[in-house]
Design a protein around this ligand. Structure first.
Ligand code: ADP
Length: 404
C-alpha cells in the first residue's frame, strides 16, 4: 500500500510517499512560502526533480500544487490519486489525551484544536493540513502521529514542575516532551542493531538537530526527557537557550525587556548562535573555533557539557544503560561533537572508539570500544518513515511485517 506522509507547518508543507510494508520511499517534496510572495515547490522522485515557483495563497493551494507534482507525467511519484491508501500527519501536541498514534475522527480533530493552546504555532498549522488532506482525499483513512505521545509514559516525578499544583490542574503546565517520533524511531533501530529485546534494554537517545532533546528510555518507555512544557527547555540548541534560571527573565524585565522581546531572545537569539556570536549552524561554529575564535570554542564546550550533564542524570536514574544513541543533523554528522560529549564519560562506562567514530561519519554504526559496558550508536533518524509505519499499522494491523 502507498502511504502519504504530511508535515504541515504554518508556511510550509513537507511530504513523502512510502510503499509499505516494504518501507521504500517513492519520493518526497517541500512546498515553501505558503501565504507569502514567491512560493515554490521542489520534489525529488526516482532521481528526477520537479520544481516550480508559483503564488500559493493558502494551504489548499499548497496541497493542489503537491498533487500536481506527485502526478506529473515526467517527474511525478504516482499515476493516480487512487493509489494513496492512507495519510499520516505529524501533529506536534497531543496533550495528555494521546499516548500513541490514532485514526483521525471528529474527536481527534477537537482534541488537536484544544491543544492549540499549548502549541499555538504548530497545532493550528497541522490541523489546516489535516483539513486540506481530507478535502483532497475524502474517505481515505488519516492518522495523527504526535510528537508528544511517546513521552506520555513519564512518571509524575519527571513531568511535574515544583510550582503550585493548581498550575498543572488548571493550566496543564507540566513536562510534555517533544521529538517523540524521532526518539521512538532510533530506539527501535538501536534494538535491532544491538540484537536485544525491548524488555531488558535501557537507552539514552540524543536528538541533536537545530532543536535538541535527550530522552531516557527504560524497556521501550520514555521515563524522562529534556524538553518540557515547550521545546525551549533542556539542552542548548541552535538558537534556543535550553535551561536557564527563570529569575533571569524577571531581572531583564525590570531592565526594560518586554515579554515578547524576551521570548524572541530565548527562542531565536540564544543557544549556539547567541553564545558564539557566529551562527546557529554547528558547522560554521566548528570552523570558527578551528580558526581560533574563543567564543565559538566556548559555545561548543558549553553545548557538550549540558548534554553530558543530562547523560549523567539519566544514567543515574536508569541504573543500567545499554546504549547511548546519537541522531539529528549534529548527532549524526559531527564527529567532533560526539567526541566532545563522550570525553569524560568513561567513569560511567561510556568509552568511545575514536577511529570508529571517524569511520562511521554520518552513517549508522557502533562507535564504542569493544570493552565499553555502554554501546554508543549513531543512527540517522527518519520521522517520516515512523509516521508511515504507524499509519500502516493502524490502517491494516496484519500487513505490517517490521515492527519498530
Ligand atoms: P532540524 O532540527 O531543523 O531538522 P537537522 O537535524 O538537519 O535540523 O540539524 C541541523 C544541524 O546539524 C545544524 O547545526 C548543522 O550544522 C548540523 N550539521 C549537519 N551536518 C553536519 C556536519 N557534517 N558536521 C557538523 N554539523 C552538521
Amino acid at each position: 500500500m502507498k502511504i502519504l506522509v504530511i508535515n504541515c507547518g504554518s508556511s510550509s508543507l513537507k511530504y513523502e510517499v512510502y510503499q509499505m510494508p516494504e518501507q521504500i520511499s517513492l519520493g518526497k517534496g517541500l512546498v515553501e512560502r505558503i501565504g507569502l510572495a514567491n512560493g515554490n515547490i521542489k520534489q525529488e522522485a526516482k532521481g528526477r526533480i520537479f520544481e516550480k515557483n508559483s503564488n500559493i495563497p493558502d494551504h489548499n493551494a499548497a496541497f493542489d500544487l503537491m498533487m500536481e507534482a506527485i502526478l506529473d507525467d515526467q517527474s511525478g511519484i504516482l499515476e493516480s490519486t487512487q493509489e494513496i491508501q492512507g495519510i499520516g500527519h505529524r501533529v506536534v501536541h497531543g496533550g495528555e489525551q494521546y499516548s500513541s498514534s490514532v485514526l483521525i475522527d471528529d474527536a481527534v480533530i477537537a482534541a488537536i484544536s484544544q491543544n492549540s493552546e499549548l502549541a499555538p504555532l504548530h497545532n493550528p498549522a497541522n490541523l489546516t493540513g489535516i483539513t486540506a488532506a481530507m478535502n483532497l482525499f475524502p474517505g481515505i483513512p488519516q492518522v495523527a502521529v504526535f510528537d508528544t505521545a511517546f513521552h506520555q509514559t513519564l512518571p509524575p516525578s519527571a513531568y511535574l514542575y515544583g510550582i503550585p499544583r493548581e498550575f498543572y490542574e488548571k493550566y496543564r503546565i507540566r513536562r510534555y516532551g517533544f521529538h517523540g517520533t524521532s526518539h521512538r524511531y532510533v530506539a527501535g533501530i538501536a534494538l535491532q542493531m544491538l540484537k536485544r529485546s525491548v524488555e531488558n534494554t535501557n537507552l539514552i537517545t540524543c536528538h541533536l538537530g537545530n532543536g535538541a532533546s535527550i530522552t531516557a528510555i527504560q524497556a521501550g518507555k520514555s521515563i524522562d526527557t529534556s524538553m518540557g512544557f515547550t521545546p525551549l527547555e533542556g539542552l542548548i540548541m541552535g538558537t534556543r537557550s535550553g535551561d536557564i534560571d527563570p529569575s533571569i527573565i524577571f531581572y531583564l524585565e525590570e531592565r526594560g525587556f518586554d515579554c515578547k522581546t524576551l521570548n524572541d531572545i530565548l527562542n531565536k537569539k540564544s543557544g549556539i548562535l547567541g553564545l558564539s556570536g557566529v551562527s546557529s549552524d554547528l558547522r560554521d561554529v566548528e570552523q570558527a573555533a578551528n580558526e581560533g575564535n574563543r567564543n565559538a570554542l566556548e559555545a561548543l564546550e558549553t553545548y557538550a557539557y549540558r548534554i553530558r550533564k543530562f547523560i549523567g542524570a539519566y544514567a543515574a536514574n536508569l541504573i543500567k544503560v545499554d546504549a547511548i544513541v546519537f541522531t539529528g543533523g549534529i548527532g549524526q554528522n559531527s564527529v567532533k561533537m560526539r567526541e566532545r560529549i563522550c570525553n569524560r564519560l568513561e567513569n560511567i562506562g561510556i568509552h568511545i572508539d575514536h577511529d570508529q567514530n571517524r569511520k562511521v561519519g554520518g552513517k549508522a554504526g557502533c562507535i564504542s570500544q569493544p570493552y565499553s559496558p555502554v554501546s554508543i550508536l549513531v543512527i540517522p533518524t527518519n520521522e517520516e518513515l515512523q509516521i508511515a509505519l504507524d499509519t500502516t499499522q493502524i490502517i491494516d494491523p496484519n500487513l505490517q511485517t517490521v515492527v519498530i
